[in-house]
Design a protein around this ligand. Structure first.
Ligand SMILES: [Zn+2]
Length: 140
């Protein structure tokens, strides 16, 4: 009988392929919640938008502190969104050990199994932040 062992490169390739498939599956779940826009990086934070428009950086809409409202700040550090962040993320609110790719784009990270519900929760929160930044942008 022929046995086939998988080397580290093949294993890494398979893991990457499985993550892409999981990201695609998550996108289908949240079409109305703009999961695709988050997964594809089509989210711009308030600070980046101000730079793009050659405007002075604005204060954060939610905590009103004198901080640069980067997408990372609004998504993960803003005290004004702390309660909502904890509500949506629940026990997954501590994202310190998550990969940057997941924190920014919501791609399923390698530090949790692919079937872990945290992947969808994080993507749902990123999608919520995208909606909030767009609402704030167009209500001004
Ligand atoms: Zn803030």
């Amino acid at each position: 009988m022929l046995t086939y062992s998988v080397g580290p490169e093949e294993r890494q390739h398979r893991q990457g392929r499985d993550r892409v498939k999981k990201a695609r599956d998550l996108r289908k779940l949240g079409e109305e919640r703009c999961f695709f826009q988050v997964l594809s990086g089509a989210t711009v934070g308030p600070a980046a938008l101000a730079v793009m428009k050659r405007q002075k950086p604005i204060k954060c809409n939610w905590c009103h502190l004198d901080v640069v409202p980067t997408l990372h700040h609004v998504t993960w550090d803003c005290k004004g969104l702390q309660q909502e962040r904890c509500h949506i993320l629940g026990c997954y609110a501590d994202i310190e050990n998550r990969e940057e790719l997941q924190k920014r784009f919501g791609w399923p990270g390698r530090r949790a199994p692919l079937n872990d519900e945290s992947h969808e929760c994080i993507l749902r929160w990123l999608s919520c932040v995208r909606k909030k930044t767009l609402d704030a942008r167009y209500s001004q």
